[in-house]
Design a protein around this ligand. Sequence first.
Ligand code: CTP
Length: 368
Amino acid sequence: MILLSVGPSPGALALPFVASEIAAVGHRVEVILEPGTSRFVGPAAFAEPVALVDGPSETPEAVLFAPAIAATIARLARGLEGGPAEDAAKAARAAFVAPDLDAGTAANAAVLENLAVLGEDGFGVIRGRGSGMAGAEEVVAGFLRGLGGPMSGLRLLVTAGGTREPIDSVRFIGNHSSGKMGVAIAREAVRRGAEVSVVAANLETAEPGTETRIVETVEELRDEVLRRVGGVDALIMAAAVSDFTPASPVREKIRRGEGKTTLELKPTADVLKAVRQKNPDLFVVGFAATHGNPVPDAREKLVSKGADIIVGNDISLEGLGFGAEENEVYVVSRARAGERFVPRASKREVARVILDSLLAEMTKERQR
Ligand code: CTP
């Protein structure tokens, strides 16, 4: 059981989300609202299966104080008399604080010392970019990574999104990939304790809890993947990578009447293949988007790309795959005969199955 102690400061607004995300990973979550918290968030904001309690029903596995105001930080650091959450933190295997301070308080010498003491005492301190509480996703990621999980110690590189190859200064060859599948995989892996690095083609924002680099073209994606791949245990190539690029892109805008009406293309690098050739021991997951039954194509790509797992999906199905919230996939692996079918499910569910397969196959390969 995980106990969340919600403090009285603006960061409390994010806690219903934090609580439900931690519960979604499979933890039982109990929440204590500290006195004064109702000015920021009320009990009705916490939905099942999260339970509101006055005191924990048992010794929790971990306690998260979020938002943690200066008084809470001081009480915890100095071992002062506190409420049931402070008592529970002493008995729990792990405890975390997500400070939520104004700039002046955050710079105060006593507060800084208290935070240092907490760090020395083994508390996980989840910091934001400024003095206020870290963003909701960062709190979830920081907490789950600190807690450890089935993927802790594992370093993953995930590519997401779709590449864009410039034709001129305003046009490009792109694709319909929204990046949702790759992002769902990265997010789920963070939640399971993995260290996750993301190379995102044309996504707007970095995924919290990961080391994200946003790129545009196949060449940039390939360079960034090759640069990072030496430091990871597995690569998940969820990005939709263009197979062609204009042979002679133009720096300025091609005007009507000026341009030729045919576009000459040349092939791009196959990133997956290039990575596999240079890193024979890396665990590699690729994707195969196919019209119709994806299994034969996925099986062929396992061999031609040298991947350990290929996730195949039928892009002719309506409301699934590119840009959609849901997907339906076959997970085909080299080490195992047969394939795993994941019927229509949220991309988060699909991500979970892909990561389960990755863990199972990696464990098998390591035992070999
Ligand atoms: N891929 C890649 N580099 C490319 C094209 C694709 O690394 N230039 C990766 C994709 O990220 C995906 C896998 O290869 O994980 C399969 O992509 P897909 O576009 O389905 O296959 P292609 O290699 O393009 O082959 P085909 O077009 O013949 O299906």
